[in-house]
Design a protein around this ligand. Sequence first.
Ligand SMILES: NC(=O)c1ccc[n+]([C@@H]2O[C@H](COP(=O)([O-])OP(=O)(O)OC[C@H]3O[C@@H](n4cnc5c(N)ncnc54)[C@H](OP(=O)(O)O)[C@@H]3O)[C@@H](O)[C@H]2O)c1
Length: 296
Amino acid sequence: MKVMVFGANGLVGQKLIMEMNSSYEIIAVGIGAKTFDGEQNIEYHRADITDSARINELLREVQPGVVVNAAAYTDVDGCEANKEKCWKVNVEGVENIARVARLLNAKLIHISTDYVFDGKNGPYPEEYQPSPTTYYGKSKLASENVVIGSKVRYAIIRTNVVYGKAYPAKASFVRWVTEELSAGRKISVVNDQFNNPTFANDLAACILRIIQLDAEGLYNYAGADYVNRFVFAQMIAEKFGYSPNLIFPIKTKDLGQLAKRPKNGGLKTEKARDRLGLKILGIDHGLEMMSQEADR
Ligand SMILES: NC(=O)c1ccc[n+]([C@@H]2O[C@H](COP(=O)([O-])OP(=O)(O)OC[C@H]3O[C@@H](n4cnc5c(N)ncnc54)[C@H](OP(=O)(O)O)[C@@H]3O)[C@@H](O)[C@H]2O)c1
């Protein structure tokens, strides 16, 4: 079966391609030139998901059985500052993919976020009523509704604070912490934003399982440990051998971020564990796997 992956140069897209390459025929799609190395033999196409004619043409040419959408405008403050672009990519782009996937009878697997919630009552189960506080979160909730409303066969996977090694490296919390600490710089990290960080390779395995089981509907997938960012940063320092004394706690209100971050975010994962038979693993496991993964 052909599986088309949008967002192939992104963190999740890259991990997914690595995870699925031996099981399916992968067609990778990115907005620009292929930037990830490894997996050299993969068929790669360029397409901007906001270009509906191009998306229509590409999907019809390839005729995939499954489409995974890991493409998105993921800069949360950027979305707040540039709402038009955010909506165009995160909502209209998804509309373009969903419409054609439906016509081709392909299944669409779409990645969403715990930012669809306001962070007052996390970690959240799938059925909790969304109430986003950020424009990014609003756009991702709208993207979920676009998928559902399109009548395509779908699975939506909500996740949060995804970390892992990407090639070339993508902006991420783990990368920022390790880069700053390795340079001996002090960092201030919020101790009032809670999530359950998700190892990207495990998320990729979850997506693969959803394809294999042909599971449909809404699933949360995230790590086992519910921690604040300060604690996560300390765990990163410990694993990679940097001094935790360089990390200082700070409150969200003192950061002055453009987008109002959910504080008690995160996701409950019992449904993924019970129905997909997935192990929900903790931060120690993810960081250990990362530390063993050779740099390219
Ligand atoms: N990372 C997290 O912590 C996190 C948490 C919750 C949910 N998610 C969701 O997980 C999914 C994957 O995120 P990620 O972490 O892999 O993010 P990422 O590394 O930023 O990857 C997103 C990819 O989308 C591509 N893209 C952006 N605009 C596009 C467009 N108009 N047309 C085609 N491609 C476009 C980007 O291209 P460039 O490479 O050229 O920038 C990038 O490769 C997203 O849906 C995100 O909302 C992520």
